[in-house]
Design a protein around this ligand. Structure first.
Ligand SMILES: C[S@@+](CC[C@H](N)C(=O)[O-])C[C@H]1O[C@@H](n2cnc3c(N)ncnc32)[C@H](O)[C@@H]1O
Length: 278
């Protein structure tokens, strides 16, 4: 699995991350909305179908750590109401405002006072759980979920390319960024293989892959959208990492037969659990 290309870098992760400074930059949040991989309907349907196993009527989905809403809006097709929550006001400011059955709120995963106890059919975290306090977040999920409601945690972590030279270039740059991930993100890099869901009988799905064509500029925007890249640029203002990445990728592509675009893929993993009915 492509995620494991990066597993050998996890020892570089640190505990130095100040999470209160995550995603406060509008340029970064805009790059986020424009350059991140698009989640497919298959992903949202897989999660909604799992929820239906214990409840055919899907009323409320809560997407926690929703960013600018890309992990949220796909649920509006399957749930009567969807609420996206994120700790970052900037991310929430970039979320869409015109979807009738969807709203966005600023809030922490472990404190969601605006959601009634026992009211949610789904508590979902997409590409966000690795930032959260696990025990407290699971406890809040348990409070807001109705009996038979579901938790879904999915992630896609670092991307890969099938062109070896492009992959080598990705790896070189991710290596610089890994020290800015907190240690708890190791779970995500490992594909959450050691994460225990809070309810018995939980399942894992590794069947979904995201794939997107990128130009060099779009990939640079993708990197710009990551929190770790923001942190790196703050720590090393003299290393123009994005310009250097653009130059190297352009050189690599010029030597390959790939043309100006290349395909980037992200394997997705989903962990899902039903809250017991009793
Ligand atoms: C990588 S983004 C994922 C955004 C979106 N779910 C997606 O899949 O595109 C992670 C998001 O989690 C948010 N976040 C981190 N810790 C959080 C917490 N404890 N509660 C709520 N949001 C949190 C960050 O502000 C950020 O927007």
């Amino acid at each position: 699995m492509a995620i494991l290309h990066f597993k050998h870098l996890t020892h570089l992760m640190s505990n130095i991350v100040d999470k209160t400074k995550m995603y406060v930059d509008m340029e970064q949040s805009k790059a986020y909305s424009e350059s991140r991989p698009r989640y497919t309907d298959k992903l949202f349907k897989t999660i909604a179908d799992y929820c239906k196993e214990t409840n055919p009527d899907l009323d409320l989905a809560v997407d926690v750590g929703c960013g600018p809403g890309m992990s949220t809006i796909g649920f509006t097709k399957y749930f009567k109401k969807v609420i996206g929550v994120d700790v970052s006001e900037t991310q929430i400011a970039c979320a869409p405002k015109n979807i009738p059955n969807c709203e966005f709120k600023v809030g922490y995963s472990d404190k969601l006072p605006f959601i009634e106890s026992g009211s949610a059919d789904l508590f979902c975290c997409g590409a966000s759980f690795h930032w959260m306090p696990q025990e407290e977040t699971f406890a809040e999920a348990d409070r807001i979920l109705r009996p038979g409601g579901s938790i879904a945690i999915f992630d896609h972590v670092v991307p890969s390319s099938d062109i070896p030279e492009v992959q080598a270039c990705f790896e070189k740059y991710w290596k610089k960024l890994f020290p800015f991930y907190p240690k708890e993100a190791t779970h995500a890099i490992d594909g959450f293989h050691d994460l225990k869901m809070p309810y018995p009988g939980w399942i894992r799905n590794d069947e979904i892959t995201l794939s997107m064509k990128y130009t060099v500029q779009q990939y640079v925007d993708f990197m710009k959208s990551t929190w770790v890249c923001r942190a790196y640029r703050d720590a090393y203002p003299d290393d123009d990492i994005l310009t250097n990445l653009a130059r190297e990728l352009t050189e690599v592509l010029a030597k390959s037969e790939a043309g100006s675009e290349y395909t980037v893929t992200w394997p997705v993993f989903i962990l899902m659990a039903h809250k017991p009915n009793h």
